[in-house]
Design a protein around this ligand. Sequence first.
Ligand SMILES: NC(=O)c1ccc[n+]([C@@H]2O[C@H](COP(=O)([O-])OP(=O)(O)OC[C@H]3O[C@@H](n4cnc5c(N)ncnc54)[C@H](OP(=O)(O)O)[C@@H]3O)[C@@H](O)[C@H]2O)c1
Length: 318
Amino acid sequence: MKKILIWGGTGQVGTHLIRKLTQNNHTVTVVTRNIHQKGHLIKTQGNAGFIEIKECSIFEEDKIRKLFENTDICINLIGILFEKKNGNTFKNIHSIFPTLLAKLCKEYKLKQFIHLSALGINKAVDSSYAKSKLDGEQNALKIFPHTTILRPSIVYSSSDNFSCNLMTLLSRLPVFPLYYNGGTKFSPIHCSELTDVINFAISEKVNSNIIECIGPQILSFKEILLILLKLINKKRLLLPFPLPLAMLTAKFFQLLPNPLLTVDQLTLLKYDNIASGKYKTNFDIGLPAKKTFSDEVKKYSYMWTDGGEYSRKKDILN
Ligand SMILES: NC(=O)c1ccc[n+]([C@@H]2O[C@H](COP(=O)([O-])OP(=O)(O)OC[C@H]3O[C@@H](n4cnc5c(N)ncnc54)[C@H](OP(=O)(O)O)[C@@H]3O)[C@@H](O)[C@H]2O)c1
């Protein structure tokens, strides 16, 4: 049984992962920027005695060091989709912080460092997000060659920011924009199948590998929207958006505190988000993903249908 230090453990992947690791009798220390905001959620993800929560920011090296003193494995799940003011930059979060973690993994002689990166970053050379993720990976591998890098395609579950946000937008907007004609391809992986890969990396002591984490299907963005529309029983006009207009709207959106789309995300959308063929995938290491996007989303999509959970039922007396 291992002592595992998890950065970014309060997010979608983290909460699924903590449940899996504590069920397998590992003890986890989850680090959050704000214990008051997220502590209560984390405390309920495992039995008493298996979870410790610590408050620390990515800039407090002295505090970070202390957390490494009693740790076997470090997992980094911190990631952002858009930059915010001050220190919240791709460079700080995706490049400098994983570099520091790798340095400390080496110094404190940890057994493993598992770092969550993203699929498709080699190709997306003009995206700042992709460049920063790639820098972080390369630095980590250079400093701590035992690092295992996991590169997921879109990760979805009932607590994601992807299928849930799209269903909210689709249920509210009469027209939905299609960037690049909706042709960008994805291989969505269910969050529980991604955490199976992390769990496997720990139990089988997988080291020094880049593993691409993909689901069982390849779906275009338009196909994803059509599946979601069918599940929430709505018809919407999917409107191809010319790129200059898309850029203009993204420039406007990214001024908002929680932008729906940024210029960098639009750039990233140009590239397919599917297995590259250059690295092993979860299928190659014996963990084929089986959960299909439509079957899984169906389980929680009722929340966006008119009438909610009982929208598909007839009158109780009939
Ligand atoms: N979800 C996907 O579709 C997807 C796809 C490809 C790659 N990934 C990668 O997989 C990893 C896990 O994804 P996820 O969906 O679980 O991520 P998430 O829920 O968006 O975020 C994970 C955690 O990162 C911490 N965090 C967020 N912004 C931060 C900031 N500015 N500074 C420091 N910490 C910050 C937060 O923890 P606190 O608020 O508790 O500090 C948050 O709970 C990330 O590295 C992500 O880039 C995800």
